[in-house]
Design a protein around this ligand. Structure first.
Ligand SMILES: *Cc1c(COP(=O)(O)O)cnc(C)c1O
Length: 319
């Protein structure tokens, strides 16, 4: 895969959907379709990575992730789209001797050079001496470092525009959170009277502190009105309980929206439960940020499948 492809679709579309679970409570539901920003680099990853790749100014970027990391794959795609060389430091040196999984094959197809490190080194990579040694060994000594998960001050500032695009459009904006970088920027971009709700997909209850630290790094202090709920992680990262999967399937059929399971499904489920619990007053407009899309099916080798799939169906748009 080479080439820049289409330009990003920004601002991303905003579409209202009709869902009786919300209507019954007098709540309007909008979908903020960040999954449509770019076919190869969806959602918040575009908003977070593009400013960092610009800042690299011609240097390679190096970043970090596990064997199934969405962030690594996004960084590789961003590098291809923006013409920036990428180096991925991957957790687990035992992986170096095995065939690459699908996620890592994609990274390589997008031009990322992979470097595998053992788990204990990987865990210690925030220590400056360890990082310096890893970068040296990876041949990335002069490279621009993007942290694991991609949330640094530039990434957070890149997500401010997401909030700005939603000014005057909703009372509550919900987003799924991994590192919390997207929430940190989104909340800062909203107007007075709007609030952001982060849905943690990881267990641990540490996210509020992270978001606060990210806002302090990016803006010098807390910004906007936001909160985090820790009730909807479904057992932790990458855990998709059967009921959550069923919920997501049903949502897909009902609204023609492909529902990414690790983040987006948990956020939509949270909004549905909270609405049914009466957490939003009648008359509230809730915008759900669709931060990503499910993986495309594995590319087949048959020539008939070599074109990209059609874009997902769009429901009635309020723009
Ligand atoms: C990476 C990712 C997130 C999490 O973003 P953070 O800024 O790390 O909180 C949310 N949704 C999807 C689909 C993602 O890929």
């Amino acid at each position: 895969m080479t080439g820049a492809g289409p330009p990003p679709r920004l601002p991303s579309p905003l579409a209202e959907v009709d869902d009786e679970r919300f209507a019954r409570r007098g709540v309007r539901l909008l979908l903020k379709r960040d999954d449509l920003i770019h076919p190869d680099l969806v959602g918040n990853k575009w908003r977070k990575l593009a400013p960092n790749l610009a800042e690299a100014r011609g240097r390679a970027i190096v970043t970090f992730g596990g064997a199934y990391s969405n962030h690594l794959r996004a960084a590789a795609a961003a590098g291809r789209l923006l013409g920036v060389p990428t180096i991925g430091v991957v957790r687990g040196d035992e992986l170096a001797a095995r065939p690459l999984n699908r996620s890592l094959r994609r990274c390589v197809a997008d031009g990322m050079r992979l470097f595998f490190v053992d788990r204990s080194t990987y865990r210690s990579k925030r220590e400056p001496e360890v990082l310096a040694r890893v970068l040296d060994d990876a041949g990335a000594a002069g490279a621009y470092v993007v942290p694991e998960g991609g949330s640094n001050a530039l990434a957070v500032r890149g997500c401010v525009e997401l909030g700005r695009e939603l000014r005057g459009r909703a009372d509550v904006v919900a987003v799924a959170c991994g590192t919390g970088g997207t929430l940190a920027g989104l909340a800062a971009g909203l107007d007075e009277g709007q609030r952001a709700l982060g849905v943690a997909v990881l267990k641990g209850g540490f996210l509020s502190g992270e978001v606060e630290a990210l806002q302090t790094g990016a803006f010098g202090g807390r910004r906007g009105v936001w909160e985090v709920t820790d009730r909807f992680h479904g057992g932790g990262y990458a855990r998709v309980p059967a009921e959550l999967d069923a919920f997501a399937q049903e949502f897909e059929q009902r609204h023609g929206l492909p529902v990414e399971r690790l983040y987006v499904a948990k956020m939509l489920h949270a909004l549905t439960v909270l609405t049914e619990e009466g957490a939003f007053a009648p008359g509230t407009t809730v915008a759900a940020v669709i931060t990503g899309a499910p993986d495309a099916p594995e590319p087949s080798r048959s020539p008939s499948r070599s074109t990209s799939p059609a874009p997902p169906p769009q429901s009635s748009t309020s723009r």
